[in-house]
Design a binder for this molecule. Sequence first.
Ligand code: 26M
Length: 827
Amino acid sequence: AWLKHQVSAFKDKDGFESSFVRHIETTLARSMFNCDETAAYAACSLAFRDRLILEWNRTQQRQTFADSKRVYYLSLEFLMGRALDNAMLNIGQKELAKASEAGLDNLGFRIEDVIQQEHDAALGNGGLGRLAACFLDSLASLNYPAWGYGLRYRYGIFKQEIIDGYQVEVPDYWLDFNPWEFPRHDVTVDIQFYGYVHKSTDENGKTVARWEGGETVKAVAYDVPIPGYATPSTNNLRLWSSKAASGEFDFQKFNSGDYESSVADQQRAETISAVLYPNDNLERGKELRLKQQYFWVAASLYDIVRRFKKTRRAWKEFPDQVAIQLNDTHPTLAIVELQRILVDLEGLEWDEAWNIVTNTFGYTNHTVLPEALEKWSVPLIQHLLPRHLQIVYDINLFFLQSVERAHPGDRDLLARVSIIEESQPKMVRMAYLAIVGSHKVNGVAELHSDLIKTTIFKDFVTIFGPDKFTNVTNGITPRRWLHQANPRLSDLIASKTGTHDFLKDLTLLNKIELSVDDPAFRKEWAAIKLANKAKLAEHIKNTTDVVVDPSALFDVQVKRIHEYKRQQMNIFGVIHRYLRIKAASPEERKKFLPRVSIFGGKAAPGYWMAKQIIHLINAVGSVVNNDKDVGNLLKVVFLEDYNVSKAELIIPASDISEHISTAGTEASGTSNMKFVLNGGLIIGTCDGANIEITREIGENNIFLFGNLSEEVEDLRHGHNYGLHTLDPELVQVFEAIEKGTFGDSKDFAGMITAVRDHGDYYLVSDDFHSYLETHDVIDEAYRNQEDWITKCITSVSRMGFFTSDRCINEYAEGIWNIEPLPVESAE
Ligand code: 26M
């Protein structure tokens, strides 16, 4: 029904076909006779892009005219994946594009092959970046006036190749042909760095600061349309690209023969937005990273303020028009920059400005790992942003004064909460600055939000009271993660619920629980899972040469490689299974359940231990997969270059996925939600959103194991006092590795030493036994396919809570105070 007011949709298949042909013949200057899949992708994208642009313009006009409050989502990462399939589905015209009388089929193309031509937009590392992408989808789908602001990296997250079992990083140059971005050469902002601050006194005796920068770089806007699902609303993602401020060359220098330094200036400027830092949950304090942050924050705020000023409202109304959400501490300088704009440039009094600032910002924390908490050295900020450092010190001064008034004489408290850490060199604690400068701070799952209140931000709860801290449990968009990734399952569900309305209101999934005993439904359910597994098996064959049986249990762990996520525990468990198979008699071997262990994920290039884990997985694979004693009972594969598109292939094909972080370390996890929504079960620890998933789907439908977060501290303490006896099954695994079963054991010594000699910080040994036991429970459960399918259907029916739509509505109501802008139905 919504298609009626979708004015820009193609009228019919011929409408699509003629647009496609026109783009081939004119925009691309090719002919239909030599139209290959690349050209077909380009033309198809351009045809749909035309449809998007019209609604995009209308949406922006509507939002400007309505003059209602907007939210700006500031994120250094947007892990968008591919856009074409998403655009076709959100417009509701994928069927029309592929249909046979006209459309791609008629032109000789399979739509799935055309879709695969697109390069992923991979401007993110992992969970945090993908969350931002899901949020954009929900904001548009729910008709919220919202913009994303980010950086237009020339190189996204590196492409991973596996060579001889080792990770090799290859640059991801993705901008060759990108029909989804629109350069706005007229929307630019000059950004200053370095320089000096001049202080003077004005006629009223007030001190005024003037910052004179030493380097200017131009920010150029590139806009990306974000279509909502089943609504004409199309929001904007604005990405900034850096460019030399003086045009292509500094002609002065060029003419005077200083060609090299002119080129160098240009390159230095362009370097700012050149590359995404490939760390996930690790902070390294590099100057260029700080430059990226300020460049993006300053350009975005200039843009936001410019838009606000056009409304000619009083400054005090700024927070009624603007909400800014900080995705982690990466954009925290925005707090300082807005204060600087208001005080230095607009002449507001400090307190009035600060009131505006704190009412504008909200801060989301995504990690408690100490090595990930951002700190910037005072000398570095002093050098790069001298005026901002002064403002940080003033913010801190006024903050500490207020703490002193409320808690007189508590000097320890002052030292603990100071935004400036009194180390050598002094450091600015960005999370503390973000808390002090925001009106709300949220964690991303219940346990995580409790943990930040009782551990890293405890003192701030005392100071600001508990209401400043809140929880918004993460969610995922069912459009991409069900409908797009698993169209057959989406259609099967629709056959029971009557419509695809569950894609807009995911709680409607609960209707399928009524069909849990329906034999035809169950049969089709199982057939879909098997087909998805067969498709993945085909990919495994093509990319690794390993042949896997689609009827085996597929056990999947795909995510960034990190010690806290414990892929090492998984591979140790696989080794243990291998040893058991080897030790068994031919008769006993028949009792094993055939399994495929599937891994995927990138290691940060400098993360030595993570790379060692990848190497061990591959080494185990080459031994196990070629062992005649093992046959189909166990296969181990590492899928190279895990990314959003691969996730869309892998997740629907999973029977069991692993979410096995040390309790208290994974803030939420979001792939856990994707796997369950696609009819897979999970093995997990009591961590992050696993806990809420259990509450929703029921503890009979999830395989939980391991120590609880409350126990972690004591266990670690025990290790440090030598009270650590290693789990005997783990000892067997270590012995096998050290015997050279998987090649030179020196290659894997670090992983063993970490557990045996360095305190086993992530409690692999402590959890190993219950991990193995739980896998045995899974084997038994999987043998009973009828019960298994019941668990899967029941779980899917109860996943409604985990849509990012629910999550965005909670932010809108509890943090942003914004409302959807209704779309008047045309006709
Ligand atoms: C820091 C410095 C330099 C370069 C990169 C970083 C950096 C990048 C990403 C630091 C942290 C980053 O992300 C943290 C993250 O992804 N956290 C994850 O957030 C998800 C969404 O809330 C949660 O589901 C995951 O549990 C959490 O690990």
